[in-house]
Design a protein around this ligand. Sequence first.
Ligand SMILES: NC(=O)c1ccc[n+]([C@@H]2O[C@H](COP(=O)([O-])OP(=O)(O)OC[C@H]3O[C@@H](n4cnc5c(N)ncnc54)[C@H](O)[C@@H]3O)[C@@H](O)[C@H]2O)c1
Ligand SMILES: O=C(O)C[C@H](O)C(=O)O
Length: 371
Amino acid sequence: MKKSNIVDWKTITEFVREVFIKHGVPDEDAGICADVLLQADKWGIESHGVNRLKPIYLDRIKAGIQNPVTNFEVIKETATTAVVDGHLGMGQVIGYKAMNMAISKAKEYGMGMVAVRNSTHYGIAGYYAAMAVNQGCIGITGTNARPSIAPTFGVENMLGTNPLTFGMPTDEEFPFLLDCATSITQRGKIEYYARIGKDTPEGMVIGRDGKAKTDSKQILKDLDNQNAALAPLGGIGEELAGYKGYGYATVVEILSAALQQGQFLRALSGIDKEGKKIPMPLGHFFIAIDPEAFMGLEEFKKTCGEILRELRNSKKAPGQERIYTAGEKEHLVWLSRKESGVPINESVQKELIQLRNELGLSRYVFPFEEN
Ligand SMILES: NC(=O)c1ccc[n+]([C@@H]2O[C@H](COP(=O)([O-])OP(=O)(O)OC[C@H]3O[C@@H](n4cnc5c(N)ncnc54)[C@H](O)[C@@H]3O)[C@@H](O)[C@H]2O)c1
Ligand SMILES: O=C(O)C[C@H](O)C(=O)O
């Protein structure tokens, strides 16, 4: 077998699924968790893919701060809304079920919204928005997260990197899918930089002294010790309108916590006064809107497509050959990876081999191993 850092989709999906099962996640749920995790890699979002299998999900299950078995409890419901308690189960399973609930309500009543409490990290927000799009709906979702972003004029990491994510069906091959944090960068990207030995670009992270921080490994420690904070979208201070990112991160924090009366801001640090790891009961929200309840799905798709095409066809900046719309680059990455698989960096390769050996999954031989 020729050595390669690329693992085909079937192998990596089965492996990740089995690893979740070995950690106590029931079969069907393990399939959902693997699907959400690997969708990140399919779209080229390395920060939230297989990179995070061990450090986020397995380590948290092992530390007893996240339950492998998900108890999805609907605690309040109307025709168009619901509040769900996830009981610290698997965030991906909770997110999947909650968005499905919002979609069913939208299909029946035009709109549906589900607020979730006591959840855990749900991975890429775009997965859930895309679920709605695949059912012919507009999908909107957000989540709070452990404290990372400093408010404008502050240096304390207070807000999560809080993605605010929108998916829209169009008449094109791929949807409009705007899926990003409300900070310039997010923790997963800094983790990825640390894995591949890269500094974090200046302007994304500040220390308590207000000065830039760029050492990726150190930033991750400092975020936990409250000695670093991420800049909101727009950056530090008011000059490039960082208060807009700060404002949107706050919107996500409010919608994630206040509708379901859950924890927020520093209460989600996941670390107690003695430095011990504790659960971070996260909140999410999921909204589905059925364009059929307005002027019709086909009409919506057509107008949406026209807007996107007009944007892409507008005049390019000097030296630029192409204008993209949100979701397009991810679609292109998928097309380029579809037949091959996921590239795995050396640091993650070691983790996968170690997991395989520890869990007795000897039937998996990865293409990056020595023969
Ligand atoms: N669960 C959590 O707590 C959490 C928190 C933060 C982020 N995340 C996830 O992390 C992932 C990455 O977030 P990020 O902030 O690093 O995203 P990012 O900065 O890479 O931005 C990605 C978005 O920008 C669009 N985009 C990129 N280049 C573009 C261009 N030239 N023109 C038009 N659109 C363009 C992409 O299509 C995509 O929608 C997301 O999936 C997000 O949901 C999760
Ligand atoms: O890591 C987190 O706590 C949230 C998010 O996934 C991020 O990468 O910032």
